[in-house]
Design a protein. Sequence first.
Length: 215
Amino acid sequence: AGTGPLSGKHVLVTAGPTHEPIDPVRYIANRSSGKQGFAIAAALAEAGARVTLVAGPVALPTPSGVTRIDVETARAMADAVAAALPADAAIMVAAVADWHVAAAAQKLKKGDAPPALALTPNPDILAGLAANQQRPRLLVGFAAETERVVEHATAKRTRKGADWIVANDVSGDVMGGDRNTVHLVTATGVEDWEPLPKADVARRLVQRIAVALAD
Ligand code: C5P
């Protein structure tokens, strides 16, 4: 915590994918580099916030001034998020796997019959936070969409109980890249942001968060 517009505020960020083990050497995951979430955590810390970053498996250094908690699965991410409350704001950037399987204790052998994966839904961490007694005052979700981006994001904002959804069009080469084209969906409308480096998306979002938390 230092000086800056977010000094005295605690902000929770999730980032990266989750890995859902199938056996000791295999997993199910969503595609995510963690870059956008880590950039947001860095920008929040630069703005003076106390930042808790709950990170799935990614190959990224911890931004300076950020408290990082590493997790593997969605269930562990949900637990880490709950344990980090209370928070003034939560920015859920992680690409959480939607399902897990009952992991085998030993490596499955490819010579055996192909295993049938029985998928069980993971908790929705964002929707769970929205319904939590300790709901952060500002709750921001992300929506990676490949078509009808704003329409899907607008529906997601209401369905999940988030205040804002940052929608990004992932039909191009966003994944792992350094630039992002996003739309900020709030209760009052939609802002289309020009394509920006992920660090600039982060800084602009953090400015908006500072204004929202200053009210
Ligand atoms: O439903 P969808 O996965 O598209 O929603 C994306 C948003 O919800 C992101 O903010 C993501 O971090 C969050 N999410 C979550 N827990 C899940 C699935 C998504 O927090 N199990």
